[in-house]
Every structure is written in C-alpha cells, then in structure tokens.
Write a protein that binds this ligand. Structure first.
Ligand code: HEC
Ligand code: HEC
Length: 451
C-alpha cells in the first residue's frame, strides 16, 4: 500500500494574515469540537458505536471548505451554500432552489441545530437514514449538483478525481483522516461534521431556560406575552385553557421533531401531485432572524407559508388527509388574535444571533472563489512504507532571520524540531527523513527578537 508523506511549511510574520478573507490557517483551527452545549440539551444524533463520527476541528474545517466549494458541482456553479445560506439560518429564501439543472423538487431546509435531535433520519420525507447518508446525496442529484452518473452527468468518481488534483484537499483530508485519500465516505463524514457543528444556543429562550429548572417555569427574562406564548406552544389543545399543542411534535428545549410525527396537513407539491410523505421538520430554532426582524422563510416543504402568522393560522384547522398526524385530527384551535400574537412572540425567542455572523460557518473562499491555506504544501512525495531517504522542506523567509522548524501529526500539537536561519536569499530549507510515519506536517515559524 502506498502512503503519502506530506510536508508543509508556514511563514509567520504577523498575526494579521489570519483574518484575511480567503486564507485558512490550519495551525489555528476554529473550535468546532468543543463548543459549549447547554446542560438541558440532551438529544444528539452524532453516530457513536462501531462507526462513530464525532466532530473534530480539522474534519469540520474540511467540511466547511467542501460546503462552500462550487467545484463540488459538475459545472462549478453551485455549492451546498447556494441553497443553505448562513444569513437565513442555512436555508434558502427562494421557494424552490436553483441547482445545476433546474430547480429543486421541494423547498430547502434550514440546517441549524441539525445535530440536536432524537430523529436520525434526514430530508422532509426522512429518506436518508442518517446525516452521513444524506450529505453526499445533493452532489449526486442531477438537478442540484450534477455528479449523478446518469443523464449524461459525470459520476461521483469523477468528482474524486477532480478533488485529488487540488493540492489543498489532499492537505485537508490528510489533516482530518491521517492520509490524503479522498473517497465518498470521507467527503460525507466531513460534511456531516460541519453541518452538525452549526449550533445556535444564544437565543432569548436559552438565556431564560438556563435560569429555571424546567421549560414549564416562567422565564425571568421573558415578557408576559412571551411567557404566555410558551404556555400556548406547550399545552395540548382542547377544553378551557387548552393550547396549540405545538410541543407535542416540536419538542422543547431542542425544538426537534418527534420521530413518530406523521404529516402536518401541508400536502402541496411543486409538481401538483399531492405529497403526503413529509413527516420531518428542521428544528424550530432560528425560524425568525431577530436582529433583522424578518422570518427565515418561506416555510414547509412547499415553501407555501411566509411568516409566523401564516404558520399559526395553518395549524388552527389543518386540512385532513390519509397520512395526517392523529394529533392534528381535532376540532379547530380556539385561539383569539391576542393568543396568536403571544404564540408568535414566543417563537421569536427561539432565535440566536451568532450563527448568522460567526466566521467559522462562513465561506472560507474570497470573493474571487480562491482559498489559500496558511500551511502550504512544499513537498508531497509518494513513498513505500519503510523506504528511507531525505526530502527537503523548503519555504521563503527573510534573509538572516531565525525560524523554528516545527512538526505535527494533527496540525494542533506542534513540536519544535530545530531552529535555523534563512539564507542570504531568504530561503528556508530543512532536511527530513522520509520514512517518518504517520504523515507529518512541517512549518517554519519566525522567532521574533527577545522571545
Ligand atoms: C440546489 C439546492 C441544494 C443544494 C446545492 C444542496 N441542498 Fe441540501 N437541501 C436542499 C433541499 C431542496 C432539501 C430538502 C429536499 C427534500 O427533503 O426532498 C435539502 C435538504 C438538506 C438536508 C436535510 C436537512 C434535514 O433537516 O433533514 C441537509 C442536511 C442538506 N440538505 C445538506 C446539504 C449539503 C451538505 C449540501 C452540499 C453537499 C447540500 N445540502 C446541497 C437543497 C439543496
Ligand atoms: C403532529 C405533529 C405536529 C404538530 C402538533 C405541529 N407541527 Fe409543526 N410541523 C410538523 C411537520 C411534520 C412539519 C413539516 C411539514 C412539511 O413541510 O411537510 C412541521 C413544520 C413546521 C414548521 C416549518 C418549519 C420549516 O423549517 O419550514 C413550523 C414553523 C411549525 N411546524 C410550527 C408549528 C407550530 C407553531 C405548531 C403549533 C401551532 C406546530 N408546528 C404543530 C409537525 C407538527
């Protein structure tokens, strides 16, 4: 079996380089793996067991690059982010999204807090058994990204060939998986890590929930109206004091969908044929963007509802159908205008602000679609295991200045190998033994005076 020895170098003069657009510093990965999750959040669909896929900083970083890379569509025009936009809680303001060959068959889904659900199946109709099974489907969809291998499209293997020719991907796959091999499983796992990392727990709801023992207790930071709306959301319908029963399916505090939910009475489709199969909803968190005072809609699989009022009015008396959830086969809700406003006020408390702006979920590419990795490959040699030789790690520095040569296997822990000075032309060169396994990363770090 062939293994790849990859050597990389880094020039580090000032820290300003890190904040540049289109520059990804692999020596300072963003925190995806250990983000704080509130103690009351218990549902989590991250696979464990025999085939775990926990979020790692390197894996989610690779997933982020893939998510924003238009080269994942056959004609280089569409990325996941075309239809899952950060400004809309990773949904699409268009009713139907535009792919490489037309528009989608259903409305796009917001991806916020996808990780925090008991439901493990994905898509409106739950046709993907796991998020890992979902994430490469859009790439292989003829309409969405066009590596379908049918209808004259290239196949997924052609995408692998394309990615293999991009040196940055070989660096990122090696940093994530230990070797630079690119295949469908690895693409799907990295994308799933990135999607699971997109979390929102800085909402008004969370600030209140952290201060009380139970979701049912009044939240000290809520207005009277918001607390009243919370009761309406949570209380089953029927009788005096009956609520809207939303929480039966959209369960606090994750607001994930009950895995046993049937459909909610929205059965329209873009094709005109009734669509009774949709039984999943994204988390109701961030359905509204509070800082811009606008809904992140349109909503539902047919994108037919535009705002919170439309949604509440729909649930007052959902039209019946063969797959309508029994909980919705009930007399119309008895909610007056004030109570509907209370419910809408509560639904607005489920939204945070960080997901819309945090750079770690934004595009790593610059406006021209370019991406520079700060850890730059300088040598990439295919070697047989056990072969012995020397390769030179080289880079460009400033003549006469001192640099540390540092080595890492995982891009987070760096060991100092030695220190050298750049030569008269500014060249940095350090010989390494090429039988060093596992794959190592190298960088040159400038040593400022007095350090
Ligand atoms: C052309 C638009 C488009 C592109 C490109 C696209 N998606 Fe989607 N995405 C959708 C639509 C539409 C749905 C809902 C489809 C359905 O359920 O039938 C969806 C659903 C999803 C879901 C399911 C969410 C849930 O809660 O069940 C995930 C996850 C997802 N997409 C991730 C991705 C990833 C990752 C990529 C890139 C590899 C991607 N999407 C590319 C339009 C798109
Ligand atoms: C019986 C289960 C059930 C109940 C009860 C229920 N829902 Fe839903 N909800 C769903 C399902 C299933 C969907 C996905 C529907 C679709 O698009 O096909 C959904 C979708 C939604 C959406 C759209 C999400 C999106 O991203 O487009 C919102 C918002 C929503 N529900 C709010 C509510 C509110 C508010 C209530 C209470 C008045 C409520 N739901 C009661 C099952 C339920």
């Amino acid at each position: 079996m062939k293994k790849t020895l990859s050597a990389f170098s880094l020039l580090l003069f000032t820290t300003q380089a890190y904040s540049q657009n289109g520059v990804l510093d692999l020596t300072k990965l963003a925190n995806y793996a250990n983000q704080p999750v509130p103690a009351y959040i218990l549902r989590n669909n991250t696979p464990g067991g025999a085939n775990p896929n926990p979020i790692t900083d390197a894996g989610a970083t690779l997933g982020r690059v893939l998510f924003y890379d238009k080269r994942l569509s056959h004609n280089n025009t569409i990325s996941c982010s075309s239809c899952h936009q950060q400004a809309f809680a990773f949904g699409d303001p268009a009713v139907a999204s535009t792919g490489v060959a037309g528009t989608t068959g259903r409305h796009s889904m917001r991806l916020v807090n996808s990780r925090f659900s008991a439901e493990r199946k994905f898509f409106w109709d739950e046709r993907a058994a796991t998020l890992e099974a979902q994430t490469t489907r859009p790439i292989q969809d003829h309409v969405e990204m066009g590596f379908s291998g049918t209808e004259g499209d290239p196949a997924f293997a052609d995408l692998v060939t394309r990615l293999n020719a991009i040196e940055e991907y070989r660096v990122l796959f090696a940093a994530t998986f230990g070797t630079s091999t690119i295949n469908e499983t690895r693409v799907s796992r990295a994308l799933a890590q990135f999607v699971r990392s997109i979390q929102s727990f800085d909402s008004k709801y969370d600030i209140g929930r952290a201060q009380v023992a139970n979701n049912g207790d009044p939240f000290p930071n809520f207005t009277t109206q918001e607390n009243a709306g919370k009761i309406i959301f949570s209380t089953p319908p029927g009788g005096p004091g009956g609520g809207a029963g939303c929480a039966g399916c959209h369960r606090a505090p994750e607001f994930d969908v009950d895995p046993n939910s049937l459909n909610n009475g929205i059965t329209n489709s873009f094709s005109g044929t009734p669509d009774l199969t949709n039984t999943r909803s994204p988390s109701l968190r961030d359905i509204f963007r509070v800082d811009l005072n606008r809904p992140n809609g349109p909503f539902m699989h047919d994108g037919s509802l535009n705002n919170l009022t439309d949604i509440i009015n729909h649930y007052v008396a959902p039209a019946t159908n063969a797959n309508l959830d029994p909980r919705l086969q009930r007399p119309p809700l008895n909610l007056n205008a004030g109570q509907r406003n209370d419910l809408a006020a509560f639904m607005r408390t489920l939204s945070g602000t960080a997901i819309y702006t945090d750079p770690k979920w934004s595009s790593p590419f610059n406006a021209e679609g370019q991406l520079t990795l700060i850890v730059l490959p300088t040598v990439a040699t295919d070697l047989q295991p056990g072969s012995v030789g020397t390769a030179n790690v080289t880079s460009k520095g400033v003549s006469g200045l001192p640099y540390r040569v540092e080595a890492s296997t995982n891009l987070s822990q760096w060991d100092i190998v030695t220190t050298i000075n750049a030569d008269a032309s500014g060249n940095l060169q350090h010989p390494i033994a090429t039988n060093t396994y596992p794959p190592m990363f190298y960088r040159f770090t400038y040593i400022p005076p007095g350090s």
